[in-house]
Design a protein around this ligand. Structure first.
Ligand code: PLP
Length: 380
């Protein structure tokens, strides 16, 4: 096998390949098995090799893989209904988080007739031009300028700084409720309430990027339920397909007239295979599973709190989206490598935060095992 000859080097890849997965475990090409606290970067919320999802995908594959968005698609209607749950939203399906955010940005501008969108320092919204321009990280913009105009970045959790940037051209305020890639930084509830009030007063759309926080990751179907806010637009991807590429943009019903025929579209979005899988995922993501994932979250937080190590500065997050901020002297990559040797896969967030995103289906014993491995590495 030739590795490294034919691909762009835009990913800093580890020198091993994951070949199989089952539940919360993955096995590499050397036959080594790892407990997976990454969920494939917040994707495999129901774990690997989930029998019902395998079955649904195989059954749909026997019927038809794809139909263009020129025809009715009852599977899109079913998934939309399950996501919307009788609330006042409409759905648009696409294939990724970046595309969902592109749709959100386009809808926000078209519906308001305004151009400015306020986003936040250290945010991450994707790599396409609009989503990248929304992302408040200079390192992600570097070399790709000029960006899409109209984006303004302000510090997260700072209401005065945000308010100072609002103008009569502000179409939307767009944010993650927990900044995932940026460092697992949790929004202050009070700050979110202030933003929601500001949006109402000034006729600004509140756009919440739930690409990483959504689909049960933080202990509720959507993170905004825990912050008691109602977004005008929210976006999903990652866990919505459990590995099948699916994204969604949901917007308040009254915005619907601005996304009429011909306004926006995609060839593959809402693909039958993806919709069959997403529909089953939303069935499997029962309230019992969400409660169990909250219990596992408490177990993981208390297990981590018991690790006494001067390498750890702070532990934060919600549900099974947890960040361990390290002492600035400690390298996240060194910790990740040491964990790999112990048979645990984890992720980095920001510059010095270790990020844990285990599948929501993880068992009590698997959390205990993961904490043991983390303890071993942190107390070495
Ligand atoms: C909050 C958030 N938004 C958007 C994206 C982009 O999603 P995708 O990689 O599917 O385009 C990500 C990916 O990590 C994300 O975490």
């Amino acid at each position: 096998m030739i590795v490294g000859n034919y691909l762009f080097s835009n990913y800093a890849r580890k020198p091993f390949e994951i070949m199989e997965g089952d539940g919360c475990y993955v096995t590499d090409n050397q036959g080594k098995t790892y407990l997976d606290f990454t969920s494939g970067i917040g994707v495999m919320n129901l774990g690997y090799n989930q029998p019902k999802l395998n079955q649904v995908l195989a059954e749909q594959a026997q019927k038809i893989w794809h139909t263009p968005n020129l025809y009715d698609n009852h599977l899109q209607e079913i998934v939309a209904e399950k996501l919307i749950q009788n609330k006042d939203y409409l759905a648009f399906f696409c294939n990724s988080g970046a595309e969902a955010n592109e749709a959100a940005i386009k809808l926000a501008r078209k519906a308001t007739g305004k151009s400015q969108i306020i986003t936040f320092t250290n945010s991450f919204h994707g790599r396409t031009y609009g989503a990248m321009s929304a992302t408040g990280q200079p390192s992600i913009h570097a070399g790709f300028e000029p960006l899409v105009p109209g984006f303004v970045y302000v510090p997260y959790n700072d209401f005065a700084a945000l308010e100072a940037e609002v103008t009569d051209q502000t179409a939307a305020i767009m944010l993650e409720l927990i900044q995932g890639e940026g460092g697992v930084t949790v929004a202050d509830s009070e700050w979110i309430q202030q933003i929601a009030t500001l949006c109402q007063e000034k006729n600004i759309l509140l756009v919440i990027d739930e690409v990483q926080t959504g689909i049960g990751r933080t202990g509720s179907l959507f993170a905004f339920e825990q912050f008691q806010v109602t977004p005008d637009i929210f976006t999903l991807a990652k866990g919505l397909g459990n590995g099948f590429p699916v994204g969604a943009m949901l917007g308040k019903t009254e915005l619907g007239e601005h996304f009429g025929p011909g306004s926006h579209g995609t060839t593959f979005g809402g693909n039958k295979l993806g919709m069959a899988v997403a529909s089953e995922i939303l069935e499997e993501l029962s309230s019992e599973l969400l409660v169990a994932s909250q219990q596992r979250s408490q177990q993981l937080f208390s297990g981590l709190a018991e690790i006494k190590s001067d390498k750890i500065r702070e532990i934060r997050g919600k549900g099974l989206m947890i960040g361990i901020e390290l002492d600035p002297e400690v390298s996240v990559n060194d910790i990740l490598e040491a964990l790999e040797i112990e048979g645990l896969l984890a992720l980095r967030a920001g510059t010095n935060t270790l990020r844990l995103l285990p599948p929501l289906t993880i068992s009590e014993a698997e959390i205990t095992l993961g904490v043991e491995k983390l303890k071993k590495v942190f107390t070495k």
